[in-house]
Design a protein. Structure first.
Length: 187
């Protein structure tokens, strides 16, 4: 695979349109694949509002390609207490949320490389784990995370949530050291 250069930087409010474009592309792909996720009409407005809050708080990042187009995003979230509990030692992990990569970036393993970057953040913060949760019914996504070194922790099923498949991987795992994502703006 040829080297693909990507940069990751903190998102700004100006990135909101690009983030929604990524999400809409992901929604369309999920639907085409027969995966019933993110399709409730109210989810989009709530997602955009939450993104804006996370951007303001400095938790959301965007990945740009060489043309400075936004091709990926991730939010370093607070622990979702619908799933993770104090017994999980909440401060021992960095939590991945809203990980989305453009469909055309799949060949460059962008999503997996973003997860490696999250691991680097966890290591810098002295946290041993990278954690996430995903849709309980999306077994393809669960399999993807397992292939990327995550271990299934448990599945929670709160009635008001579709997510709840919970996984973690040690922060020291770097699955794609040959394709690091560069930090900072390419000004």
């Amino acid at each position: 695979m040829s080297a693909v250069h990507h940069r990751i930087r903190p998102a700004t409010q100006d990135d909101a349109t690009a983030l929604m474009k990524l999400r809409l592309e992901a929604e369309e792909w999920l639907e085409a694949e027969g995966i019933d996720q993110w399709r409730s009409p109210g989810f989009r407005d709530r997602a955009l509002d939450k993104w804006k809050t996370d951007i303001t708080a400095g938790r959301t990042y965007v990945v740009e390609d060489g043309d400075k187009d936004v091709v990926g995003t991730v939010t370093l979230a607070r622990p979702d207490t619908d799933f993770w509990t104090p017994a999980d030692d909440l401060d021992s992990a960095v939590y991945v949320a809203k990980l989305i990569s453009a469909r055309h970036a799949g060949r460059s393993r962008l999503g997996a490389r973003i997860i490696d970057w999250v691991g680097s953040i966890a290591r810098r913060q002295g946290r041993p784990w990278v954690r996430l949760d995903c849709d309980r019914a999306n077994t393809r996504l669960q399999d993807y995370y397992l292939r990327e070194g995550f271990m299934h922790v448990r599945t929670e099923s709160p009635a008001h949530r579709l997510s709840g498949w919970m996984a973690q991987r040690p922060a020291e795992i770097v699955r794609h050291p040959d394709l690091p994502i560069t930090e900072g703006s390419a000004d």
